[in-house]
Design a protein around this ligand. Structure first.
Ligand code: BG6
Length: 301
């Protein structure tokens, strides 16, 4: 696998052609290509200079899925916490090959590791959330998947509570053709309806309006499939580990226009966020303990 590091952007690619790009700002994955095709959506107006969380790719939400609740240890943090707007460090790459195979390189994978800890935060964030923590975020590229996983360590003497979410913006051709499968019978909070609770009745969810739903208590091993209604093909299939909630978000027409960093206006047709996380309640991490969770996204191509 080849690796390049330039202007705080890390790029890795496999001999089989797949590539991934990660900005140190937020450890945000900003590109994932398979067969020359971009799989992630990044807004044309996204800020890539570290002045604002990147609108697209996979921003990482930690330690709070915003807006932060009142009277909680995260109350003074910005929307979605500080991970997506902090400068991470690159810890290095590792490669692996399936044993016994060397001729076609088809099983080669590359893993990029990124770290963030309390001392690396801005003073403002350190004061707002004074816990000693260590994060290691691993981005693994394989022939047909992109895997992201986060390890959270409590390096202090006090317990802390956190939420985490991998806010993946998937690139799609046409939102009207997209169906999301794997959610039926699941309870969700509808953030467009004052967070009211509902039960999903659709086996193939169509997105026809602003959608902002937090599906809860899913079995992480059961894939969420983003499919094409026309071809009935799976476009993306997402399995998770230790992440039991899934947020489905599309801003639709008015919200898309209202976001200064979202563009062009019609781009809401070309994206859907399917976000694997642990956000419905809080994970408590005892002093000295570690937690790990992640997702694996398989693309059709
Ligand atoms: C989603 C939330 O995860 O992120 C939405 O459920 C929110 O409510 C969206 O609007 C985008 O958030 P932000 O902070 O990146 O504009």
């Amino acid at each position: 696998p080849s690796l390049s590091i330039k202007d705080n952007v890390i790029e890795a690619s496999l001999p089989t052609g797949q590539s991934v790009q990660v900005h140190l700002y937020g450890a945000t994955v900003t590109s994932w290509k398979t067969n020359g095709k971009e799989q992630l959506f990044v807004s044309e107006k996204a800020h890539l200079d570290g002045s604002k969380p990147i609108r697209g790719g996979i921003p990482l939400v930690f330690p709070v899925f915003g807006p932060p609740p009142q009277n909680h240890a995260t109350s003074s943090l910005p929307q979605h916490g500080f991970a997506r707007n902090s400068n991470w460090e690159f810890l290095g790459k590792s490669t692996s090959d399936a044993p016994g195979k060397d001729s076609d390189k088809a099983d080669l994978t590359v893993k990029l590791d990124f770290g963030l800890s309390h001392s690396m935060l801005t003073e403002e964030f350190r004061e707002a959330w004074p816990y000693e923590f260590g994060l290691v975020y691993s981005v693994t590229l394989t022939k047909d998947t992109l895997e992201t996983s986060l390890q959270v360590r409590n390096e202090g003497k006090q317990n802390f509570e956190f939420q985490v979410l991998m806010h993946t913006y998937l690139s799609i051709e046409d939102i009207s053709d997209v169906r999301v499968k794997g959610l039926d019978t699941k309870t969700y909070l509808d953030k467009t309806l004052q967070g009211s609770s509902h039960v999903e009745t659709s086996a193939a969810l169509a997105i026809t309006q602003e959608t902002d739903r937090v599906y809860q208590n899913l079995d992480p091993a059961v894939p969420i499939d983003v499919t094409s209604a026309k071809s009935d093909q799976s476009l993306f299939s997402i399995t998770r580990e230790a992440l039991t909630d899934v947020v489905v978000w599309n801003p639709w027409i008015e919200k898309a226009k209202g976001m200064a960093d979202f563009g062009p206006d019609e781009a809401y047709k070309n994206m859907i966020c399917v976000e694997a996380g642990s956000v419905a309640s809080w994970q408590t991490l005892e002093a000295g303990e570690a937690w790990e969770g992640g997702q694996s996204i398989k693309s059709r191509l």
